[in-house]
Design a protein around this ligand. Structure first.
Ligand code: AVI
Length: 315
C-alpha cells in the first residue's frame, strides 16, 4: 500500500503551511501550531515521551484499554473500518485488531513519513486487513478516500490529542467525525483534570525528553520555512492555566536574537515566549458537553481508579 500525502498539489500545501507559520511568528505574541511538533524526529520523541513513567496519560489509557477491552469491544461492535486519527506508530489501534476485527484500517497522521514505516510493517503482519495510510492535516478537514465505503466507521482518537485543540476547533473536528462515522462512532481517550505536581512532572520530565520534543519544533519550522532558528537559543517552559484547565507549552528566548527566513524576519528579546501547545484537561461533564456540542448524544465511559484519564465511546 502507498501513502498518499493528501489531495492537494504538494507545493500548494507547503505554501499554505509556510503562510500559517509566518502568521504565528509575526504575531505580537508569537505562536507555532503544535502540529509542527510532529516531524519525523518529533514523532519519535513523542513516542519516547509515552514511555516516560511521568507521562501518565499513555500508561493510564493503556491500562483502561486492557482492563475494559471486552466492554469496549461490546460497545463499539465488530467489523467495519477503523479510522485512526493521529495514528503515529499505529500500536494503540493494533491492540484492538484482535477484538474489534476491522475489515479495513485507515491510519491518518500529519507526519506521512513516520506513518509509512508503521503501516508497511502492519500490512505484513495482518494481510487479511485492508490497510491504508494517509498523510493529512486533519485539523483542517477529514477527507476519507472513496475506497472506504463501509457503513460502519469507527473513528479512533486516543491519547487525549483532542486536548491540543481549542474548544471551538475541537467541536469542528468532532462534528466532522460525527457526520463521517455513518453507522459507527468515536472511541476517544481524554485526559482529566488533576493536581499540578502530576501535570508538571508529565510535561517537564527530568530526562528532558519533553523539552527536546518542544525545542525540535524550531527545526521542523526551519525545514518548512527556510528559517534559521537555533534551538540552543531557547528553553522549554511549562505553565498551568487554571482558568482554562490546560497545560501550556512555550519556548523562551535565552538572549536577544533575530530569526530570518526568505520572506521576513522577527526579533525576539531575551525572555520572549513562543507559544507552541495547549493541552486541555477535562472533567467527565465538560467532555460530555463537548461531545454533545459536536452531535454525539450517547456516551459510554471507562476510567482508572485515580480518575486521571477517561476512554469514551460516543455515538
Ligand atoms: C499528543 N498530545 C495529547 C500530547 C499532550 O499531552 O498534550 C502532546 C505532548 N506534549 C507534551 N507532552 C506530550
Amino acid at each position: 500500500m502507498k501513502i498518499p500525502i493528501g489531495s492537494d498539489d504538494q507545493s500548494t500545501v507547503q505554501n499554505d503551511l509556510a503562510h500559517e507559520i509566518e502568521i504565528g511568528l509575526l504575531a505580537q505574541s508569537a505562536w507555532i501550531s503544535p502540529k509542527f511538533l510532529y516531524d519525523p524526529l518529533g514523532s519519535h520523541l513523542f513516542t519516547a515521551i509515552t514511555l516516560l513513567p511521568e507521562y501518565y496519560p499513555s500508561t493510564t489509557e493503556k491500562n483502561i484499554f486492557t482492563q475494559y477491552r471486552d466492554q469496549i469491544t461490546a460497545a463499539v461492535g465488530i467489523g467495519g473500518t477503523l479510522i485512526d486519527l493521529g495514528a503515529g506508530n499505529c500500536q494503540k489501534a493494533e491492540s484492538f485488531f484482535g477484538t474489534l476485527k476491522p475489515s479495513s484500517y485507515l491510519a491518518i497522521d500529519f507526519s506521512a513519513e513516520y506513518l509509512q514505516d508503521a503501516v508497511t510493517k502492519l500490512q505484513g503482519k495482518y494481510p487479511h486487513i485492508d490497510i491504508q495510510g494517509i498523510g493529512m492535516d486533519f485539523s483542517k478537514e477529514i477527507i476519507i478516500p472513496s475506497s472506504i465505503n463501509t457503513a460502519k466507521r469507527t473513528f479512533f482518537y486516543p491519547g487525549s490529542s483532542i486536548g491540543n485543540f481549542s474548544n471551538n476547533e475541537a467541536i469542528k473536528l468532532l462534528s466532522q467525525v460525527k457526520s463521517q462515522a455513518k453507522d459507527g462512532g468515536l472511541l476517544i481517550g481524554v485526559d482529566l483534570m488533576k493536581e499540578d505536581s502530576v501535570l508538571m512532572a508529565a510535561y517537564d520530565d527530568p530526562l528532558k525528553v519533553t523539552a527536546a520534543f518542544n525545542l525540535n519544533i524550531l527545526r521542523s519550522i526551519n525545514s518548512h520555512l527556510g528559517s534559521n532558528f537555533r534551538v540552543e537559543q531557547f528553553r522549554h517552559i511549562v505553565k498551568i492555566n487554571h482558568a482554562e484547565n490546560m497545560v501550556e507549552l512555550y519556548l523562551q528566548a535565552l538572549e536577544d536574537l533575530t530569526v530570518s527566513w526568505p520572506a521576513n524576519s522577527r526579533v525576539f528579546k531575551r525572555g520572549d515566549l513562543i507559544h507552541t501547545e495547549n493541552s486541555h484537561k477535562y472533567t467527565i461533564e465538560s467532555i460530555k458537553q463537548l461531545l454533545k456540542n459536536a452531535g454525539f448524544e450517547k456516551t459510554q465511559i471507562w476510567t482508572d481508579p485515580k480518575n486521571y484519564f477517561a476512554v469514551i465511546y460516543a455515538r
